[in-house]
Design a protein around this ligand. Structure first.
Ligand code: G6P
Length: 609
């Protein structure tokens, strides 16, 4: 997704902006650009299609100099990736960068063309900069021009803008797309994600919906959506708690896979007693709200949706509370009946996913009794706008394909299950069993990671394949879905997942020697049923790859590779069986030579619809 960085300083800013763009690379993008106001009072711009490194090379041969500037990584929505479509966009002496989508851009474009504006790009963003220019002609003041422009924009934006004759200030505004001010000493910054500014400051002001801000070297002024000056709190980030380098790992994704025992240990700390989940884990208001809840609606996207699917098995099966799960992009456009005392639960790594956020905002108008978000970013919009939040302690996740965020979401959702179960069908001894399983979880994850070499060997069988089928039953079905998603995201192999019982209702027709079939087979009540499904595959000459419990009674044979996992209790099996599927997709992607951390066409944080 697009990324924004801006700076006003008493020193040269291009280096700061470039570093910021590098730090935003994890979000996924296809072009990058930068504009500064030079000492002679002109806007000077560089843009490149491809990686930030290419922009860096261009800047090395043709440097920019200036004390105020804006920069952007673009993820194409309107118009293909190209230099003209890359931001910043210009109109006269105004330069602007934008995240989000302007929905009435076609209408604005027609109007502006009639006024004589000539468009050079296919972007929706170019309409904003011309509109700013049009209004600037009337007022001669950039802030007034911005305030006149905003009411004409329909859609979502996080934007930063500057004018060549106002080199002392940078303006920004947000609606539906995050923006943060980085507070420095004698210099100030803006970015779409605080991670972009961590090299220059650890103090941040998170702008709220509708905010407009003026950024100077020595001050910043925030106005709310009614254009009243407002004071917004400064948040100091604990630098030690967040590191974002790859360490000795070849990719962020691999590092993040290996971090899982540690981050899950951190997630459990302070929330898990010897026999009980500590009530405080859910926050002070939680007990009061949860005791009134009689059903759950989960809404999420992508990997977070799969976590929600697992949670449905837990919340209904262990806590005895009815639970529905839906992808946010469907939920937000569908008519349905809200049952009384239903808690709306959103799940999101970033807390900024546009569809999930829109679903939360919609839900507030529909009569849900309260909202809770399971989220990895404390300063995110979802956390700020939900009644309750349960933080996952994954730390920054940089690889676009989610790994540690997923397993920490599962841990948080187990906490939620227990907290709900206490007021419903869960006995003390059942809670005790879950707690003991959670205590064992970090070590079992380490033991499972030790299977890496065997999984790497197994991955060779996938290097020349174009399709794969993932099977699971019960709470392992969403794990199969997540395994298929990981494989397609990073190796570009077409992968599908099915609850194994559905095999004979269609997918069995696809099974032959060229279709690897991956099955997740813990030693649970559904094992015998799954074995029958596996035999159906074997009988049709399918190539099976089975991740199973040591005691499940599988033996490797022609057409069937097996990897044995440690014996684990049913409740944590979905978390454990996720690991081999993450490692498998990672190794297949390495063999395929893809860009593991930034797969093509995908973005880490999808802040547009
Ligand atoms: C994108 C990412 C996925 C993620 C999904 C939902 O598609 O590439 O990894 O699962 O968004 O993101 P969220 O931040 O809401 O969990």
């Amino acid at each position: 997704m697009c990324g924004i960085v801006g700076a006003v300083a008493q020193r040269e800013v291009p280096g700061i902006l470039l570093e910021g763009l590098h730090r935003l690379e994890y979000r996924g993008y296809d072009s990058a650009g930068m504009a500064v106001i030079s000492a002679s009072g002109e806007i000077d711009t560089r843009k490149e299609v491809g990686k930030v490194r290419q922009l860096e090379d261009e800047l090395a041969s043709s440097p920019l100099l200036g004390h105020i500037g804006i920069a952007h990584t673009r993820w194409a929505t309107h118009g293909k990736p190209s230099e003209v479509n890359a931001h910043p966009h210009l109109s006269g002496d105004i330069a602007l960068v934008h995240n989000g989508i302007i929905e009435n851009h076609a209408e604005l474009r027609l109007r502006l063309e009639k006024l004589g504006y000539v468009f050079v790009s296919q972007t929706d963003t170019e309409t904003i900069v011309h509109l700013m220019h049009f209004h600037y002609q009337q007022s001669g003041d950039l802030l007034t021009a911005l305030c006149d422009t905003i009411p004409e924009l329909e859609g979502a934006y996080g934007l930063a803008v500057m004018h060549a004759s106002e080199p002392q200030r940078l303006l920004c505004a947000r609606k539906g797309s995050p923006l943060v001010i980085g507070v420095g000493i004698g210099e100030n910054f803006i970015a779409s994600d605080q991670l972009a500014l961590r090299q220059v400051t650890d103090r941040f002001v998170y702008l709220e919906e509708g905010d407009i801000a003026e950024i100077y070297t020595d001050k910043y002024i925030v106005h709310d959506s009614n254009f009243k000056p407002v004071s917004r709190d400064i948040t100091q980030i604990d630098a030690a708690a967040e590191t974002s380098d790859k360490g000795h790992y070849r990719h962020y994704m691999l590092k993040e896979i290996y971090e899982q025992p540690a981050v899950i240990r951190r997630s459990l700390a302070g929330r898990l007693g010897a026999k009980k989940i500590l009530a405080e884990a859910m926050g002070a208001k939680a007990e009061e709200i949860l005791k009134t809840v009689s059903s759950i609606q989960i809404v999420a996207c992508g990997t977070s949706y799969h976590a929600g699917m697992v949670a449905k098995y837990w919340i209904e099966g262990l806590a005895g509370v009815p639970c529905r799960v839906e992808v946010a992009s469907e939920f937000r456009y569908r008519k349905f009946k809200v049952l009384e005392n239903t808690l709306l639960v959103t799940i999101s790594q970033s807390g900024e996913t546009a569809d999930t956020l829109a679903a939360l905002r919609l839900a507030k108008t529909l009569g849900y009794c309260a909202s809770l978000t399971v989220c990895n970013v404390l300063q995110s919009s979802l956390v700020r706008e939900s009644d309750l939040y349960l933080m996952t302690e994954a730390g920054p996740e940089i690889g676009v394909a989610s790994t540690k965020a997923f397993t920490t979401q599962l841990v948080a959702l187990l906490f939620l299950t227990v907290a709900l179960g206490r007021h419903h069908d869960m006995s003390e001894s059942e809670e005790h069993e879950i707690v003991s399983a959670l205590h064992e979880l970090p070590d079992l994850l380490t033991e499972t990671l030790a299977l890496n070499t065997s999984i790497q060997t197994m991955s060779n069988a996938f290097a020349d394949k174009h399709h794969a089928l993932f099977l699971g039953r019960g709470a392992q079905w969403p794990i199969a879905m997540e395994g298929a998603l990981k494989l397609k995201e990073i190796s570009y192999i077409h992968a599908e997942s099915y609850p194994a019982g559905e095999l004979k209702h269609g997918p069995l027709a696809l099974v032959d020697a060229d279709m690897p079939v991956i099955a997740v087979a813990p030693n649970d009540v559904l094992l015998e049923k799954l074995k029958s499904n596996i035999e159906e595959v074997q009988a049709r000459g399918g190539q099976l790859f089975v991740f199973c419990d040591k005691a499940a009674g599988f033996t490797a044979a022609k057409g069937m590779d097996i990897i044995e996992l440690p014996h684990v209790s049913d409740v944590i099996a979905p978390i454990i069986y996720t690991i081999p599927l993450q490692l498998l997709s990672y190794h297949v992607a390495i063999l395929k030579g893809t860009d593991v951390d930034q797969p093509r066409n995908l973005a880490k944080s999808v802040t547009v619809e």
